[in-house]
Design a protein around this ligand. Sequence first.
Ligand SMILES: Cc1ncc(COP(=O)(O)O)c(C=O)c1O
Length: 466
Amino acid sequence: MLTNGLLGDPWKQTGYDGRKSETRQGKLRDLYSKSRQLLQRARRTLPGGVSSPFRARLAEPLYFADGYGARLRDVDGNEYVDYALAWGPLILGHRHPRIVSALSAAAAKPHNYGAQHELEPQVGEAIQQLVPCAEKVALTSSGSEALQLAFRLARAYTGRPLVLKFEGHYHGWLDSALLSYKPSLGQAGSPRSPNVVLGSRGQVANSVENVVVARWNDIGALEALLEEFRQQVAAVVMEPVLCNSGCLMPREGYLEAVRRACDREGALLIFDEVITGFRISPGGAQQAFSVTADIATLGKALGGGATISAVAGRARILDQLPRGEVAFGGTFNGNPLSLAATAECLKMIAENGGRALANANRAGRMLMDGIIRSADRHGVDVVLTGFGAAFAMHFTDDAEIWDYRDTFRDDRTRLERFLRLALDEGLYLLPDGRFYVSAAHTAKDIGESVEAIDRVLGRMAAADTS
Ligand SMILES: Cc1ncc(COP(=O)(O)O)c(C=O)c1O
């Protein structure tokens, strides 16, 4: 049985009433009018009215006023069960009281020393204890930045120029990483030797020369490219679960085979655990699949909502930093506000035998079961991929989806229809059909969500037959 969050109801005293909005029930006026007005205003200053263009792809770019646990409330008073979780970080839900106290205590002290303080080794040790490859840890501020450091460390360590990445995998928006993230099938080239496709106008054009792209989940394709680029590949980098292109799981034995191929070729293995870290298990994908990388990049859930990322890895690789051979810096690295939240978040992830993530994953699996039962009942073709705390919904009649190119067979118009109806039902979801589930999602949240999804799928099935 799913318990209510981690500690009974830790949000009970927060004064958030959690009532369903009257506007949604009344349906007499535009549910999102205040959000729409604010978006119009924001467009006069912020390009597109948003702070990250990914957010403009949501069915309605909403403005939020409050949230607690797994619930969010927008400026129009509508309440949602949140399955976006700020695109991943809120593994303990919104404003968990222990994170709030840690942040309040840190807020009353200096916010940045630009120098050392005790929370730094404390967080380093907590990461070391949880993450398998973390002999040493470097603290950074965003996932994109952590990947840059990981690539630089790998190139410096091996003396080789190339990074091998996989189609559909996202490693941040910077020039050296935003390659073949969402190429069209026309751009992508042959599956055995895909083109390296720039992700943005204005991107340094020769960044394609420093990267090789492979098809994921196909060990033969990887081995062939490592052979073709012998002695040139510094690192193979991947999302060990392909969360950014449909939450696709690695095939049985694939990660182990990649590990062996890297060892044979003398390339480092980088797991980008910005999503899987502190979500699939306390030790991330490395623990979940029993495969240890040389470097893991961490972010999102690491800080439970605070701004933080990290590069964890073998001491011999990270020890290039203090020797000054590999340059690295950051005004906000290790700032006390972020580290206070991170230290408390990691404490909660580790305690009670990892119960927080067990709860999150169990809640997610209950939701997945409910969606599949409902889709079957209504005769709607839906495939779910991923694991409890991060999964994705595909409208497809394919039985299996293993790679980015397979996701082109998804019916995206149908997904958009689903997302629109689900939003009106009070489910806040990401625009690609991904669901993030936190330790704060209760049996009530899941039960109400399954009922809402059942109504949505029922309506879609009725529209199909009318
Ligand atoms: C797997 C992965 N790596 C890196 C990043 C970049 O992180 P950030 O947005 O913090 O720069 C993301 C962000 O979504 C991600 O999902």
